[in-house]
Write a protein that binds this ligand. Structure first.
Ligand code: PEP
Length: 251
């Protein structure tokens, strides 16, 4: 088993109902039986409606919970239908995913994401900050330029970098079944880490990969030694598949 700390973030997107909480039993048991796996960090990010039931279910299991987005602003206020970091933190939730491409596609720009990151850190949430290029940007060979821009703008004036994980999620890979070439992914992960260390004052940058991770391709992805874990959408909603991915990573 590898000694390296590995993150497995389950993004349940807009899926799940109250009874889905029971599907956590298998993962809880798996974690219990693998007590030696201190280097295994599982974070469940269900929709807002399930954050509190997940937190209750996952109490004392070592498995953490995160939100999939939040509004900026650290007080109560008028934006109808919004939930901010302070409200998420008040549930004892520890993480929040920000900058996900599905939210960028709805108009969330780098400036808004930056405000959300600052506000979430003020509320003592840990951030899973998603970046990634579209297929058009990839075709135009703009991947690195896009990532640099998203990182610099998203992290502008962010002082404390300790609680930020970067999730590299090429937009063309999310939900498509297609993953990047291993060499490309290794190269990009390295590039992101170097940029964060050299230009953004990160002490120990951590990069996760997200996009169509499943039990079939995980062994291949796991060859990339400079990744710190995975952000898993579709496959994380099935506990057997999720456990299989984790097991194969540690083999
Ligand atoms: C995601 O939505 O962050 C994601 C990685 O989705 P999928 O694994 O389904 O591609």
């Amino acid at each position: 088993m590898t000694n390296k700390l590995r993150y497995f973030v389950a993004n349940w997107k807009m899926f799940g109902h109250l009874k889905s909480v029971n599907s956590l039993n298998k993962v809880i048991n798996f974690k219990k039986k693998n007590k030696k796996a201190k280097n295994l960090k599982i974070i469940y990010c269900p929709p807002f409606t399930l954050i509190y039931p997940f937190i209750q279910k996952l109490k004392k299991t070592g498995i953490k919970t995160g939100a999939q987005n939040c509004n900026f602003g650290s007080n109560y206020g008028p934006p109808t239908g919004s939930i901010n970091a302070m409200m998420i933190k008040s549930l004892n939730c520890e993480y929040v995913i920000l900058g996900h491409s599905e939210n960028r596609a709805k108009g969330e720009n780098d400036n808004i994401i930056n405000k959300k990151i600052i506000s979430a850190l003020e509320s003592k949430l840990k951030i899973i900050f998603c970046i990634g290029e579209t297929s058009t940007q990839k075709k135009r060979k703009l991947t690195k330029k896009t990532l640099l821009s998203q990182l610099s703008k998203g992290l502008k004036k962010v002082k404390n970098k300790k609680n930020i994980l970067i999730a590299y999620e090429p937009v063309w890979s999310i939900g498509s079944g297609i993953i990047p070439k291993i060499k490309d992914l290794e190269n990009i992960s390295n590039y992101i880490k170097l940029f964060l260390a050299n230009n953004m004052k990160f002490k120990n940058p951590k990069v996760l990969y997200g996009g169509s991770v499943n039990p079939k391709n995980i062994s291949l992805l796991n060859k990339i030694k400079n990744l710190d874990g995975f952000l898993i959408g579709g496959a994380s909603q099935n506990s057997d598949k999720f456990i299989d991915i984790i097991k194969k990573t540690f083999n």
